[in-house]
Design a protein around this ligand. Structure first.
Ligand code: AP5
Length: 216
């Protein structure tokens, strides 16, 4: 099953994608994670996108479509792919459709995670991640069991993302409403859209997503 998790910054896409990976043998394709890996490896592409990401703007379609094409043609995913943070523009959505046809696959459903803006600000301002394994935490809603060790890998290397600040978040939200939210109508028209309440608890959202996937 190939699915898209669609929602604004901080909606919980990454959190839910990691649960699906654990439970269903799916592969998470997060363009945000791929771009962060590129920037920390110091490649020419990474250097090019760093300033764009820090400002909260979207990087070019050409770059992210290239990253997704590489993964789709080289990665085996027995349980299917979870597209997390991709597509983010109508151009990316068209490109994903064409790429899936090229590799003989289909898109099974798009799960929109609906969250209001005030909750997004709280979620993003309290987020921190394990620099070693990428596990996502929150200072109020998901703290590690031991303050100085990741629950998943035990590392003591917690990080805050450079774009998790008030100025960049405003830009990220505007980018979402201008360029990404039209995808809700795009996938509705293709009969692929399902919506879940992203304001629910993490387990509650996971249960709603499970319900949505069971209808496919
Ligand atoms: P990206 O990394 O994709 O960031 P994003 O879309 O802004 O989404 P986030 O990762 O911020 O949030 P999330 O929905 O995954 O929430 P999370 O699970 O962490 O993109 C970063 C940048 O890269 C972009 O700005 C752009 O520059 C570039 N980029 C990436 N893809 C691109 C593309 N396709 N095209 C162009 N540019 C691209 O949860 C957030 C917090 O809330 C966490 O602390 C979590 O613990 C907590 N939380 C989660 N769920 C709940 C819940 N149900 N209740 C309470 N707390 C919760």
């Amino acid at each position: 099953m190939n699915i898209i998790l669609l929602g604004p910054p901080g909606a919980g896409k990454g959190t839910q994608a990691r649960k699906l990976v654990d439970e269903r043998d799916m592969v998470q394709l997060s363009t945000g994670d791929m771009l962060r890996a590129a920037r920390s490896s110091g490649t020419e592409m990474g250097n090019k996108v760093a300033a764009i990401m820090d400002a909260g703007e979207l990087v070019t379609d050409e770059i992210v479509i290239g990253l997704i094409e590489e993964q789709l043609t080289t990665t085996k995913a027995p349980g299917g792919f979870i597209f997390d943070g991709f597509p983010r523009t109508l151009g990316q959505a068209d490109a994903l459709g064409a790429l899936l046809i090229k590799v003989g696959q289909t898109l099974d459903t798009v799960v929109e995670m609906a969250v209001d803006d005030a909750a997004l600000v709280k979620r993003i301002s309290g987020r921190f991640t394990c620099g070693s394994c990428g596990e996502v935490y929150h200072q109020d809603t998901k703290r590690p069991a031991k303050a100085d060790a990741c629950d998943e890998c035990g590392a003591n290397d917690f990080k805050h993302r450079a774009d998790d600040n008030a100025d960049a978040l405003k830009v990220r939200l505007l980018e979402y409403y201008k360029k990404t939210s039209p995808l809700i109508g795009y996938y509705y028209a293709k009969d692929l859209l399902q919506s879940v309440d992203g304001l629910d608890s993490m387990d509650g959202v996971a249960a709603s997503i499970k319900g949505a996937l069971s209808t496919v």
